[in-house]
Write a protein that binds this ligand. Structure first.
Ligand code: UD1
Ligand code: CA
Length: 480
């Protein structure tokens, strides 16, 4: 069920697309479902922001069932019923119903619910939990404490003062015998605080009919918590990230102050890598072993080899970094930066769409964009590839073992052959052949004794001024 608006979030984004662990709520739920059944047997009920929701989860391969007007969780099931019946396919004997806003659910727990459901031959099996504060959730009333049989689910606003003390909550996750569920959907009514069709009312309807409704309490409360407000989404995010950090640490990763780091669910890190405080590792980032990621670095969708050092304050986006490379402090690697093994990209360097060969170094204040740079190259401080002519991007090609002196501008398209030298301060506009020295700068002019001569001329001018006459030097200065 992923059609709801999420009114309590006060957000334009559909609720199920809010993220925990860097991934949409709904994607977590689908991932859990996919551990039990193939994607084609997963029906995703979409309504509010349906196009956005479909687009965000399209790659999972699930089917979509439209619920254009969202009249409650019971209505969502009515819509599913009609859709399945019209599809002409044989009805599944059992349905596992998940809420799109309960993202931390573990596959093991879902399996346990399904097992109980089959073992108890139940018409409906409800996953529950007993949190410290159950406020806001529907409560599950059991026939006898400690026994699986359930009498009813009562929504928060309908609780009697006596029922308020019940702490066992409905997680919004159920197993149904399909025929039993479908037989009760037309009996649902909107006579409740929200004027909606509640799926939860099916429990009492089945019980009244003498059918078996049971509950299973989840092992951990965290995995059944819902996300109805931004604060709840952020709580789940912190819970998931903390669990994720514990998993990584169990795999041999050292994470100092994990509470200060933002590590997305998909990130993988090799053993003996050290993550310092205040690091963000986002998206599908993969980091090898024995790396060190120093504080205040933000790395997203990037792949780092082994023994890479990322010094403080680096920003990496869709970059690839080879084994033993050293980055930063304050390096900015933009998309398609491919930094070779043992290469260095140092202070205040920016790279974009660049291949930097093995062992090459660009250590200070450099912009390298649209460039193919060989191995063993020294890129001096302040070198700039001038890749953009105002309309198009052009490529700079630098061979192996090239030395580019400090403060050069390389005006692309341009190439520098293997082993060539470029003198500091050059503006290179023509190809430099292999092994050549290129210098492209104004020739230095040296005027020996100029400073003393100038001082003397000034002193003479002052003397003349004080005595009321003008020196020739002063006259010429004024003309200038
Ligand atoms: C629901 C349960 C409540 C339970 C809680 C657990 C009902 C009536 N109440 O309340 O007992 O404790 O979940 O998290 O079911 N949805 C649709 N179509 C709709 C309405 C909702 O697809 O017409 C989807 C929502 O997108 C959401 C899920 O169903 O993913 C649950 O809906 P929500 O409105 O969040 O229900 P709660 O008030 O949390
Ligand atoms: Ca909810």
């Amino acid at each position: 069920m992923a059609a709801g608006k999420g009114t309590r979030l006060n957000s334009k984004r559909p609720k199920v697309l809010h993220e925990v662990g860097g991934r949409a709520l709904l994607l977590h739920v689908i991932a859990a479902a996919k551990t039990l059944v193939p994607a084609k047997e997963i029906y995703c009920i979409v309504g509010h922001g349906a196009e956005r929701v479909r687009a965000a989860v399209a790659t999972t391969g699930v089917s979509f069932v439209p619920q254009p007007d969202q009249r409650g969780t019971g209505h969502a099931m009515q819509v599913l019923k009609v859709w399945l019946e019209l599809s002409g396919a044989p009805l599944p004997k059992h349905l596992l119903v998940l809420s799109g806003d309960v993202p931390l659910i573990r596959p093991e727990t879902l399996s346990a619910l399904c097992e109980l459901h089959l073992k108890e031959r139940a018409a409906m099996s409800i996953l529950t939990a007993v949190p410290e504060n159950p406020t806001g959730y529907g409560r599950v009333l059991r026939l006898t404490a400690g026994q699986p049989e359930v009498l009813a689910i009562v929504e928060q606003k309908a609780l009697t003062p006596a029922q308020l003390a019940t702490r066992e909550i409905n997680s919004g996750i159920y197993c149904f015998e399909t025929a039993a569920l479908f037989s009760k959907l037309d009996l649902l009514c909107t006579d409740n605080a929200h004027g909606e069709l509640y799926l939860t009312d099916v429990a009492a309807l089945l019980v009244a009919d003498g059918q078996r409704v049971v509950a299973l309490q989840a092992e951990s409360v965290d995995e059944v918590l819902g996300a109805n407000t931004i604060a709840e989404v952020m709580h789940l995010d912190a819970t998931m990230r903390a669990a994720n950090a514990r998993r990584l640490m169990a795999q041999g990763v050292t994470i100092y102050r994990p509470d200060t780091c933002v590590i997305d669910a998909e990130v993988s890190i090799g053993p003996d890598t050290v993550i310092e405080p205040y690091v963000q590792l986002l998206g599908a980032t993969r980091i090898g072993s024995e790396c060190r990621i120093r504080s205040y670095s933000v790395i997203q969708h990037s792949v780092l080899g082994n023994c890479v050092i990322v010094r403080n304050g680096c920003i990496l986006d869709r970059a690839e970094v080879g084994d033993g490379a050293v980055l930063g402090p304050y390096a900015h690697l933009r998309p398609e930066s491919r930094i070779g093994e043992m290469a260095h990209v140092g202070n205040f360097c920016e790279t974009k769409k660049v291949t930097l060969g093995r062992g090459s170094k660009a250590n200070h204040l450099t912009y390298l964009g649209d460039a193919v740079i060989g191995s063993g190259v020294n890129v001096g401080a302040g070198v700039i590839t001038c890749n953009y002519d105002g309309a198009k991007k052009h490529t700079t090609t630098i061979g192996d073992g090239v030395f580019v002196g400090s403060d050069c501008t390389l005006v692309a398209p341009v190439s520098i052959g293997d082993g060539a030298y470029v003198g500091a301060g050059s503006c290179i506009t023509h190809p430099v052949p292999a092994g050549a020295l290129a210098i492209g700068r104004g020739r230095q002019v040296t005027k020996e004794g100029w400073v003393a001569a100038r001082r003397a001329a000034r002193a003479a001018a002052r003397d003349a001024d004080q005595s009321g006459t003008q020196s020739p030097a002063q006259t010429s200065e004024k003309k200038k």
